[in-house]
Design a protein around this ligand. Structure first.
Ligand code: FES
Ligand code: FE
Length: 438
């Protein structure tokens, strides 16, 4: 009942606070949301060579993502078919085989079972090992180097699932012919907060910037204007995805093309393959968004202080639920593979300083999400309705917006948040839609 009444009320701009970090909903969410959605696993550049692997998570599943000898990327459950032991204990590496630490069953990096100790004596020479291969993630697809997995055989293709979000993913993944590469390993940290608070913030919350990050404005890292981050557009897409592609604050001059190096800008039209993406990027200062359910991205130019020119950087982050009130954040830094080396260093430093684990912006955000998780737990606080009304029946569409989706005329809006929570509730409520894993 809480789920269905929540679904009706969120459309009108109100969310029952009890839904934010709810222990009972957590398990249902693992099945109905993470069991059916396309979940981000890795960037292809993290496993460039045959045998390279990384261990990732889909809901509660540990998953091995590996490039096999034929060059294909595969993903399979990190669990031995004999007793279910966690097979791969390292987070990344290169191997041709995985050997189970319990009884030594050995699998090729394709997932095929190749070795069973004492097989002939105890299972017989004719044991059909092909029946006992590692269990593959049933659906695995990639888009511009981003690898996603899905546990639901009946799910739409990844491109169908992304819908219009694919156009915006192109905006930050197709800036150069060489594509993106991940630098270093993803940084990870645990926050005592529900995962949806990260997704909600990135899907549409430009509004928090000047209060939460006020000290950053005072330090001169961002313009000291309450309407900073209000320049359109706030873009709603179907499927719970959403983003903001923001322009310069009213009255401020900001460098075009997010201050990417000249040589990259020259090649933009060729690598995008069209002019519309170039035109949109030219006036952009800040891109933030969420691919439903838990992958967010941020592409922004930020100064070191009030004297220096802003430098752009790109991060992707995954809000991995550990429980109803704890998440593990995974944060990747990405950069165009063929960008100049000195620019790569500057951009990486900008990321470390702002949105890495010790980043000054990141610290601000984590504290508020933690406090929301704590302050909506009580009987009284949980009984409240939270206000999600921003822009409702007030903001119109931005007539000048050139990209797909419903673009609102202010960057400060909560249409995306209403749709994110609405999609989450819709999946939770839909008991008839049978997932392959239920
Ligand atoms: Fe893996 Fe026995 S549990 S070999
Ligand atoms: Fe923030």
């Amino acid at each position: 009942r809480l789920i269905s009444s929540g679904r009706q009320s969120v459309e009108k701009g109100q969310l029952p606070a009890r839904l934010v970090a709810n222990a009972e909903i957590h398990e249902l969410e693992a099945e109905r949301v993470f069991g059916r959605s396309w979940v981000f696993l890795a960037h292809e550049s993290e496993v460039p060579e045959a045998g390279d692997y990384v261990v990732r998570y889909m809901g509660d599943d540990s998953v091995i993502v590996v490039r096999d000898e034929s060059g294909s990327v595969r993903a399979m459950a990190n669990s031995c078919r004999h007793r279910g032991t966690l097979l791969c204990r390292t987070e990344a590496g290169n191997t041709s085989h995985f050997r189970c630490p319990y009884h030594g069953w050995t699998y090729k990096n394709t997932g095929d079972l190749t070795g069973v100790p004492a097989q002939e004596e105890v299972y017989g020479a004719s044991m059909d090992k092909a029946q006992w291969n590692l269990t593959p993630v049933p659906r695995l697809e990639s888009y511009n180097g981003l690898v996603f997995g899905c546990l639901d055989d009946a799910a739409p293709t990844l491109v169908e699932y992304l819908g219009d979000m694919a156009w915006y993913i192109d905006l930050f993944t197709k800036r150069s012919a060489g594509g993106l590469e991940v630098r270093g390993e993803p940084q990870r940290w645990v926050i005592d907060a529900n995962w949806k608070l990260g997704a909600d913030n990135f899907v549409g919350d430009a509004y928090h910037t000047l209060m939460t990050h006020r000290s950053m404005a005072e330090l001169g890292l961002v313009p000291p204007d309450p309407n900073f981050a209000s320049a359109p557009a706030h873009i709603s897409l179907s499927g719970g995805h959403g983003l903001g592609v923001l322009g310069a604050p009213p009255g401020y001059e900001m460098p075009p093309f997010m201050n990417y190096p000249e040589e990259m800008i020259e090649g933009l039209a060729a690598s995008y393959g069209n002019q519309t993406h170039v035109d949109v990027l030219e006036r952009t200062t800040f891109i933030h968004g969420t691919v439903f359910p838990n992958l967010s991205f941020l592409n922004v130019m930020i100064s070191k202080d009030h004297m220096s020119v802003p430098v752009p950087m790109l991060t992707m982050r995954l809000w991995r639920p550990l429980s109803h009130d704890t998440m593990e954040v995974w944060s990747w830094f990405l950069i165009e593979r063929d960008a100049p080396d000195d620019f790569k260093d500057l951009s990486y430093e900008t990321y470390i300083r702002t949105f890495g684990v010790s980043g000054v912006f990141e610290q601000d955000d984590a504290e508020t999400w933690r406090s929301i998780t704590k302050a909506t737990k009580g009987l009284l606080s949980g009984s409240q309705r939270l206000n999600f009304e921003m822009g409702l029946n007030v903001l119109g569409r931005d007539p000048d917006w050139k990209g797909p989706g419903r673009a609102l005329s202010s960057g400060y809006a909560e249409q995306n948040q209403r749709e994110f929570w609405g999609r989450w509730l819709e999946l939770l409520e839909d008991a008839d839609d049978e997932s392959a894993v239920l």
